[in-house]
Ligand binder design. Structure first.
Ligand code: IPM
Ligand code: MN
Length: 351
């Protein structure tokens, strides 16, 4: 297969982890006889510095012309402590999600056999966890009306959802559940929020189209608790943008580290693959960041193109590296640790 992939390294540790994902993907392509053409493009603070805006039109063109997008991370501390900054790197990420129509963010949570005892959660609670949080990504409070009034002393952000936005996400959720454990949980705050009541109403109306799927409705505060108490109770969770943002960081504790969790963002056209972690600026340029989340995101990319064996080759070599202790310092627990680039080299060589 011939794949054209847009490569958006972004900020902080983005370029370092992206390099490793490219190495490993190229090794997979070589082994299975595929051809990958990578086209780099600017995003985030790097793009602000170069052209004054975090998701330039040129980058958008590269993305729309590609078969898929592999993305590193976005964000720079220089903007975090400056509330008056007119352009922020994160706006680039949000604009990209919106302009590419990436309404469904797939964030799987699973455990790695060799890391289970490193989790702060007990083995019997997490072993065998296999759930997907399907986060709505182009609506809700992230994109609702916002502003200031009363001379700036009052600020507001609004959570707005339209029925079609909920329907298209829920459809993906039902379809995923059909291929997995046939359980779907709609997570909302319908006891308080009108937008959440529209979520429930919409999902309830769709239930009859999927009679085999067992659908439940839970409040997000309760799920925040149950998700780490008994994650094995969940199969597919569908939820609004902000709730999904929060729950997926929480869920990463089940796997052992934010540095491990991949994601895909799907729309009607091109899809994007990215680690769920941020740009980790303190580690930028030090060759210490964990590249596995990005590498596992590349595995999701291969799988979505029907290349299951290729995806499994990546996952199995990742498990092997974890079992053999070829890991970056976040996972080495005082034992010998490897550099980001060394982990990438080792994985590529072992594909
Ligand atoms: C994520 C991130 C982003 C989000 C930030 C960087 C805007 O936290 O992808 O989860 O909130 O969506
Ligand atoms: Mn987040």
């Amino acid at each position: 297969m011939k794949l054209n992939i847009a490569l958006l390294a972004g900020d902080g540790i983005g370029p370092e982890v992206i390099d490793q994902a490219v190495k490993v993907s190229d090794a997979v392509a070589k082994k299975f006889n595929h051809e990958i053409n990578w086209t780099p493009a600017l995003t985030g603070a790097a793009a602000i510095d170069a052209v004054g805006e975090p998701y330039p039109e040129e980058t958008h063109q590269v993305c729309t012309n590609a078969d898929a997008v592999l993305f590193g991370a976005i964000g720079h501390p220089r903007f975090d402590n400056d509330p008056s900054a007119k352009v922020r790197p994160e706006q680039g990420l949000l604009k990209m999600r919106q302009k590419l129509g990436l309404f469904a963010n797939v964030r799987p949570t699973f455990t790695f056999p060799s890391l289970i005892d490193k989790s702060p959660l007990k083995r019997e609670r997490i072993e065998g966890t296999d759930l997907i949080i399907l986060r709505e990504l182009t609506g809700g409070v992230y994109f609702g009306e916002r502003g200031r009034k009363d001379n700036g002393d009052t600020a507001f952000d609004t959570m707005t959802y339209q029925r079609f936005e909920i329907e298209r996400l829920a459809k993906k959720g039902f379809e995923m559940a059909m291929k997995r454990g046939k359980k779907l949980c709609c997570v909302d705050k319908a006891n308080v929020l009108e937008a959440s009541r529209l979520w429930r109403e919409t999902v309830q109306a769709m239930e009859k189209e999927y009679p085999e799927v067992d659908v439940t409705y839970e409040f997000v505060d309760a799920v925040a608790m149950r998700l780490i108490q008994w994650p094995k109770g969940y199969d597919v969770i569908i939820t609004a943008n902000l709730f999904g943002d929060i729950l997926t960081d929480e869920a990463s504790v089940i796997s052992g580290s934010m540095g491990l969790m991949p994601s895909s963002s799907l729309g009607n056209n091109v899809s994007l693959y990215e680690p769920i972690h941020g740009s980790y600026p303190q580690a930028a340029g030090k060759d210490i960041a964990n590249p596995l989340a990005t590498i596992l995101s590349a595995a999701m990319l291969f799988e979505d193109f029907g290349l299951k064996e290729e995806a499994d080759a990546i996952r199995s070599v990742v498990n092997k590296s974890l079992a053999e202790g070829v890991v970056t310092e976040d996972l080495s627990e005082g034992e010998k640790s490897y550099k980001t680039s060394e982990v990438g080299d080792w994985l590529a060589a072992n594909i």
